[in-house]
Design a protein around this ligand. Structure first.
Ligand code: LMR
Length: 394
């Protein structure tokens, strides 16, 4: 039977990581996969996570199964972190998932069960795996304009024109903060207009929030998702703990389904637990438990927030250095957007040829659409990248 299988296209982010590993040049620079790195190129275990892990090792007495939906303490803690006081707990059905990707996948699955013909509107561009998962699931995708390549900012007018095509029951996939890959984000006035439009059309917002705390801070980064949850009849939210807790390989995420109509909670919660059971039974627990320990302990939480803030400010500083260096080299302000963007990524607006040239000549690895991981830079590689960009004619 296996001879029937067809070759699958490699995921371009994962393939890039492999190509980087195989490059023997010592001066190579990895700006590919979205993993935080210190200036020394290390992805550290956060202090509070390490402390929670120690405590867990001492205190955990069983590895028996958790609930199908995941540990309730984790769900409560994450609902609090993402949604704050925006909605009542009784309005939120939720499951723990293997990472943010697992939450995205389960979210699409829930949509498919509830509305088999629903189309999913996605920003152009979006995280490539969104498209890959949707294609794998046979769901219809409608791209909407999002990024203005001339200004490297959000093309909000284009986005709203394309969302005119929405029909009742369609889903609109939005990035809660720190848009991946562009780094360009809607402001709250624009979110308001999007919410009004979706509500007028009867479309469902689905928000992927994988970088809370990496943009303008934990609370500011959650403002849009909270606004949408408080103002739409229903919303799906896929949140990841991979980046803000630095627990990538533990696969820790949550899918939330918020409904204003309280009567929907029981059936939605039941369907979410059912989906977990069909796909992998019980969700991974180790990372989830660390997260609930950190969020539930005042001292650990404060330390985690302080460290997260250090990471965020470090990335902002690199953005400012990069914009300043490019201004110096190019004699123009056209790269000012790098300091305006938020989160781990910026789309530089380089052509695939320019991206290839920077990789061949300087060993600089960025995704083919010219997405860079800001955290892959440090004070000494910023000028190297800036010079390579100018040389390549970006
Ligand atoms: C990324 O976009 O690089 C990250 O979300 C990691 C991944 O799984 O692609």
């Amino acid at each position: 039977m296996f001879e029937q299988l067809k070759e699958k296209p490699a995921d371009k982010i994962i393939a890039l990581a492999q190509a980087y590993r195989e490059d023997p040049r010592e001066t190579k620079i990895d700006l590919g996969v979205g993993v935080y790195k210190t200036p020394e190129g290390v992805t550290p275990i956060m202090r509070a996570v390490k402390a929670a892990e120690k405590r867990l090792w001492e205190e955990e007495t069983t590895k028996a199964y958790t609930a199908l939906a995941g540990d309730p303490a984790f769900l409560d803690a994450m609902i609090g972190l993402v949604l704050g006081e925006a909605v009542a707990r009784g309005q939120v059905a939720a499951i723990a998932t293997p990472g943010g990707t697992g939450a995205v996948r389960q979210g699409f699955d829930l949509v498919k069960m509830a509305a088999p013909g629903a189309r999913v509107f996605v920003s152009d561009p979006t995280w490539p795996n969104h498209l890959s998962i949707l294609a794998h699931m046979g769901m219809e995708v409608v791209p909407y304009r999002y990024f203005d390549t001339a200004t490297c900012a959000v093309d909000f007018a284009g986005m709203m024109v394309d969302l005119e095509g929405l029909r009742a029951g369609d889903v609109v996939l939005l990035h809660g903060c720190c848009h991946n890959p562009t780094g360009a984000n809607l402001n709250l006035t624009e979110w308001r207009a999007v919410v009004d439009h979706l509500n007028a059309r009867g479309a469902l917002p689905m928000i992927d929030i994988a970088y809370q705390g990496f943009g303008d801070g934990l609370e500011a980064d959650a403002a849009a998702v909270r606004f949408v949850a408080a103002n739409c009849p229903e919303v799906l939210i896929a949140a990841s703990c991979s980046k803000n807790f630095g627990i990538y390989r533990e696969r820790t995420g949550i899918l939330m389904a918020v409904a204003q109509e309280r009567g929907l909670h029981k059936v939605t919660q039941g369907n979410l637990a059912y989906l977990n059971r069909q796909n992998y039974s019980f969700p991974p627990d180790h990372g989830a438990r660390l997260v609930s320990m950190v969020l539930g302990d005042e001292a650990l939480r404060a330390d985690w927030q302080a460290e997260l803030e250090e990471l965020r400010l470090g990335m902002l500083k690199l953005r400012e250095q990069m914009a300043a260096e490019l201004q110096r080299l190019s004699g123009s302000d056209r790269f000012g957007f790098i300091a305006q963007h938020r989160g781990m990524f910026s789309l530089l607006g380089a052509s695939p040829e320019q991206v290839a040239r920077m990789r061949e000549q300087h060993g600089i690895y960025m995704v083919g659409d010219s997405r860079i991981n800001i955290a892959g830079l440090n004070a000494s590689s910023v000028p190297v990248l800036a010079r390579a960009m100018i040389e390549a004619g970006v």
